[in-house]
Design a binder for this molecule. Sequence first.
Ligand code: SAM
Ligand code: SF4
Length: 325
Amino acid sequence: MGKKLKDRFNRVITYLRASVTDRCNLRCRYCMPEGGVKFYSHDEILRYEEIERIIEAAVELGMRKIRFTGGEPFVRKGFIEFLKDVHQNFPQLEIALTTNGVLLGKYIDALKDAGVSRLNVSLDTFVPEKYRYITRVGNLKDVLHGIDSAISAGFSYLRINVVAIRDFNTDELFDFVDFTAKKPAIVRFIEFMPLGGGVWSKDRFVSAVELRKMIEKERKLYPLEGGRDTDGPATYYRVEGAGIIGFIAAMTEHFCDRCNRLRLTSIGQLRPCLFSDRGVDLKAILRGGGSKEELMQGIVDAVNMKPAGWWEVIGTDTVMSRIGG
Ligand code: SAM
Ligand code: SF4
């Protein structure tokens, strides 16, 4: 069906993650450095029309899913109108969102109208003081309200992303597991990645295998049949007496062989891999008066730059808030 965008390793690329801003209303310690980052200026970041031109080219090449991320997508002015526009112009495109959830309650009804079908909300702890500590400025109740609003609004594809950090939230694993019994949401534990921020350490890193073993000491886990994301890195289990949990072994498991994505930074660089600073400057094409065909060629070039795996390219200095996770 339609066109297929294939890389040098025969992986089909169908999924674009687009960061609409590097700004954020939180300052998570593992994502942004202590002193914050120097944010890009208004002129540096892509205008919404420019992002839509990239989407047009990407869809024409066979992309079928887009996830908007940040920074925090909701802090960019006009984001909801932009989403509605994308939905109207590309009705066949699946639209997903990754958010810290702080402003979710405020915008949830508008999100439904904008055709957003999948929501990922980041939440690392249920303890208000710990939440304040890890985000430096956040209030836990805002996120919990956001999650409840999403559930009330009927978002059936809701996932909670938890970055697992030893001696920070490993004592709350079962609170997260039990959350899946109380709420119609999937919880996914993500391995802590040494990206920017400088707070990563070996001691604080917990592998997905260790996390699973910790949970299996007290709960029975049943691997879900075909229990992997069709277009993502998670492995899923049903928990006895609870719902579904997943593990994203970003560091320990080489799921690069299943990678199907490209990442667009807020300043218009199209990156073939999360762990590399290299990419194709689509903004230069756009602002140099490039045609749709030239944009499509830029996308193909980025696809051809995809490495076999992150171990070939790791060495990024970029902070997560600029790439969007
Ligand atoms: N602000 C939104 C949010 O927090 O969901 C979207 C952007 S954020 C960069 C996307 C995801 O990256 C979040 O789930 C966050 O927890 C994750 N992330 C950021 N830094 C990370 C790190 N060092 N290791 C693992 N995950 C990280
Ligand atoms: Fe902001 Fe998300 Fe980074 Fe936290 S993880 S600072 S919420 S972009």
